[in-house]
Each structure stands twice: as C-alpha cells, then as structure tokens.
Write a protein that binds this ligand. Structure first.
Ligand code: FE2
Length: 377
C-alpha cells in the first residue's frame, strides 16, 4: 500500500511505498495537467483536451489518498477527485536520477562492429507474419540495420518492404531512385567507383531517417555493400579523443547538393548531433556533399580538421565494417541517422542495379510499438 502525504502547502504530493521504502514526489500542477479523466483527456485517442491556461498557476492539492491500484487527488479550485492509475504514475515518475552522460544511447540501442551477425529475414515471412515483422523491426531499432532475403526481382519491390512498416518520403530523386552505372553521371553513386562509408543526403533538413537499398541485378564483380555503425564510431572517438568528440558535436558542419533540375539543398548541422541533454541523436558523414565549414572559430579550425580526420579513420577501420554482397531480390535497410553505408568498387563487366528509397523512421517506430503491444502465437 502507498502512503500518501501532501507537502509544501499543497504544492507537492509524496507517495511512499513501505515495502520498497521508495519515495516519489509529484507537483500539483503536473498532476493536474496529467489527469486521466474524460474532461482532460479524450477517451477516444488520449489527446489532451485542456490547455495550460485552463490550469490556475496557484493550483494546490487539497486532498489525496490511494487504494491498491489508484491514486486519487482533489485540487483546491475543483471538487473533482481525479484518479491516476498507479502503474501509470510509476511509469511516468520524474523524481529520479536523470542520466546526464554526454554521448549516451537511447535504451534498447546496442552498438556493433565487424563481428555483428547481420540480422536477416525472409521477404515472404515478413509479409505474412506480424510476429516476424515485429522481431525484424526490433532488430532495426536495436542495430539500425537489417537485411531481407528471397524477395521478388521486380522494379519497385522496395516499396512493398516500406509499406509493411511505414511511409516513404518523396524527394527530388522521386519516390525511389535508381543506383546503376550511367554515362555522364551527375552523382558519384551512379558510377562504378567505390564509395566511402557515408550517410545519405545530409544536405537535407530534416535528413532522411531510413534508407532501403534493394538489389535487382548484381553480376558485376565487386560492388559489395558495407555498413558501419556510426554510433559505435562516436563511442570510439569519445573514448579515445574526447576533445575531438566535443568539437564535432559542438560546431556545425555544412552540407550542400546543387544538382540538375533546379535543386539547391543546403543544411547546417553538426557531424555528431546530440540532443539538448546529451543523448547521441544523429551522425552526418558524407565527404562528397560536405560544403565549406564556416562555423568553427578560427583558433579551432585545425583541431576541428584533426577531429574530423580521426572520426573518418575510425569509420574506415575494417574492424568496424560489416560487408556482404546483395543478390537480386535482396535488400538492406539502415537507420540513416546512425548507420553509414559504403560500396566497394565494381568492374564494368556485368551489371549492377539497385533501387533506393527513404522511409521515415517515426512510422517504423509506431508500427513496432503497436506490434509490441499485441500478442502473437
Ligand atoms: Fe548512399
């Protein structure tokens, strides 16, 4: 049973769990704002129906008590007894030690290097089995990368993969784009040269959050796909050279793509992006579309370049790379804010044809959350 006390003139409610000796505090204004009743939250979709202006600034708790499963609270300016599920209160408690480590990872994320056993799933099984789809998406959230095998060898099949979990973002390259050898290429991805590990399109803001690359032909020799965990690269940089990590996360780089057809895309973002409270949020690394860096102070520019070079060396370290050759009907998907991809050079003999698209990660996370809340055989 929870012991409930009102403190500080009704500003604060304290729950004390005698069994665990755990004490948790909540503010009156927070409790009122998070009331679960039908006048505060829509019974249909849980959306809040009141605004901040509906809550008096001097809101105080006038009475509070609990039973086995619920906490009840009345406020000084209202006769309603608001009920809170104690499990919900537990899950949303903010009176705790907040992680402050700079460069920390979101829970459920695990970094990897060349030793990763690449997650792979069968196309038909993902299409037919929600449990298989859930497990595959879980791996994408965890590793930022997964593969699909045994898919159809038909143009546009990558859109089927995207449709299982979300929505594709159209860009100036279209709903999806072709990656194949072309005469007069206007983008290096369309030539037979190798490509250094990179994240796609850092010149966009917002940046594409996921990418699917789907193989339709791959008879040329070489042309292996390579993926590198950018978060692991960040961890290695932070461990071995924290000042370099600081420089790449505290100053903006610039990225630019000026293409044919009236495209002029520019962004100004750090190579290593942290959230305001220090969580690792995104990696942008693409030498081909890096514009002149102008946001680093003069006295730090040489140090910045040394840090940038150190980060590039970590990314290029073979111990970081997972390599594989895609066969027709196979694809891989990456979290483009985390995992870099590369391609080894391939010869002009035979052909290599991939199609790519940019699904948004919020739709993927939504589908995963729904699948995780359901029970499967
Ligand atoms: Fe790419």
């Amino acid at each position: 049973m929870q012991q409930v006390t009102i403190e500080d003139g009704g500003r604060v409610l304290t729950l004390f769990d005698q069994a665990s000796a755990r004490r948790r505090r909540f503010h009156a204004i927070w409790l009122r704002d998070n009331a679960q009743d039908e006048s505060t939250r829509s019974a249909d979709n849980g959306q809040r129906l009141i605004t901040l202006a509906d809550i008096p600034l001097d809101t105080r708790i006038s009475n509070a008590w609990s039973d086995q499963s619920r906490l009840y609270v009345t406020f000084s300016n209202d006769t309603t007894a608001f009920a809170y599920d104690l499990d919900w209160i537990d899950a949303n408690c903010y009176d705790k030690k907040h992680a402050a480590d700079v460069g920390r990872l979101e829970s459920g994320v695990e970094t990897w290097d060349a030793k990763l056993q690449a997650p792979v799933a069968d196309f038909a099984e993902l299409r037919e089995s929600p449990a298989s789809l859930r497990d595959w998406l879980w791996q994408i959230r965890r590793y930022g990368f997964a593969r699909v095998s045994n898919g159809p060898i038909e143009s546009g099949a990558l859109l089927q993969v995207a449709s299982w979990f979300g929505y594709v973002r159209s860009t100036n390259y279209g709903e999806y784009f072709e990656v194949r050898t072309e005469v007069n290429p206007n983008n290096l991805a369309y030539t037979g040269l190798g490509l250094q590990a990179h994240t796609d399109n850092p010149y966009r803001d917002p940046v594409p959050t996921m990418q699917i690359l789907y193989c339709l032909e791959n008879s040329a020799s070489g042309g292996e796909s390579v993926v590198v965990d950018g978060y692991r690269a960040c961890q290695r940089l932070q461990e071995t050279d924290p000042d370099a990590f600081g420089l790449l996360s505290q100053y903006c780089a610039r990225f630019e793509y000026v293409g044919s057809g009236g495209v002029c895309l520019k962004s100004q973002k750090p190579v290593i992006e942290l959230s305001v409270d220090g969580r690792l949020q995104a990696v942008r690394f693409n030498n081909r579309s890096a514009a002149a860096i102008t946001d680093v102070p003069f006295d730090l520019m040489e140090k910045y370049y040394a840090a940038y070079r150190r980060f590039a060396d970590i990314i290029d370290d073979p111990e970081m790379a997972v390599s594989f050759k895609l066969s027709p009907g196979e694809c891989f998907i990456v979290n483009n804010t985390r995992v870099l991809h590369a391609r080894s050079a391939y010869s002009g003999e035979g052909s290599r044809w991939l199609q790519g698209c940019y699904p948004d990660i919020d739709g993927m996370m939504s589908t995963l959350a729904v699948l995780e809340s359901e029970q499967f055989e």
